[in-house]
Design a protein around this ligand. Sequence first.
Ligand SMILES: Nc1nc2c(c(=O)[nH]1)N[C@H]1C(S)=C(S)[C@@H](COP(=O)(O)O)O[C@H]1N2
Ligand SMILES: [Mo]
Length: 328
Amino acid sequence: MMLTRVKRLWELPESAATDESVFLERRQLCQAIAAGPILLGSTAGGATNAWAAAGGDLISDLYPVKRNERYTISPRKLTEEKYAITYNNFYEFGSHKRIAKAAQKLKIRPWTVTFDGMVEKQMAVDFDTLIRQMPLEERLYRFRCVEAWSMAIPWSGFPMKALVDFAKPLSGAKYVVMETAQQKENMPGLKQFWYPWPYTDGLTIEEATHELAFIATGIYGKPIPRQNGAPLRLAVPWKYGFKNIKSLVRFTFTDKQPVGYWEKIQGKEYGFWANVSPKVDHPRWTQSSERVLGSQKRVPTLLYNGYAEEVAGLYAGIEKTLGKRLFM
Ligand SMILES: Nc1nc2c(c(=O)[nH]1)N[C@H]1C(S)=C(S)[C@@H](COP(=O)(O)O)O[C@H]1N2
Ligand SMILES: [Mo]
């Protein structure tokens, strides 16, 4: 079992072959490490790359990415960066909002993303290789947590559809399950063994390939900080925050509706669909309005978080059967 997986680990499709410049940087890095400080001093350009890489950032040259003006947040305003990067939910680092400092322990290089389950061929791809295959753009999205706070964020990243196409799911696959990294040494939250780690969540293939479903690799024009889910996380703006799973290491395609982390903990409060609706209250929080991060204001919550026009069609066939379950 283990052996088969290891053997398959670096089987990349032709299109995913490491591009030349990345390959050179890697080789320079290896040479630099092998040769030590003398070589570093004599190859200034390569050395800079090598040190940047050793520091864990092989992709800062990609930023900032071009904004796609199609996605607007008006009448909301962009949340100030200082709020978005200091008020976080990331239970792997603690079950409160001030985890940003603790999250700096997350090790983000090397970072391997695995595609498995109902796919043509199982793959494990290095993140820095993967991101260079993807069509990067910036989008402004609203974001609404079920705890009734909200923000509006400039995400950099790529449509999730590009990733699904890359993964080549079999035609029988109906869902995609995502999984967060587990780093026992770096994530104190994992010691709380009664929680169902790893954090997972899922989407239907229709949702995952909808144009609004986005994989974020950056915010505010820079690579995404650890506390916000480095190096890649999901952004599905019409769903509650907990669906926006962070620090992804695995995409598994399946024909069975998955039960995510929160649904396992408390299925009566957190369901699979989790679409935002002001009319369906969570048992502990009213969903009719929301507190805008960084202001004292409460504003009315919108159906599908303001994205009804785009996404309501996804649910036209199942709305009646699911009823309130579509919104929790
Ligand atoms: N792996 C993981 N992903 C996660 C969470 C988490 O605890 N662990 N929290 C979720 C919840 S409840 C919210 S509201 C958002 C918060 O994202 P932010 O910290 O970038 O604002 O992340 C979601 N993704
Ligand atoms: Mo949340």
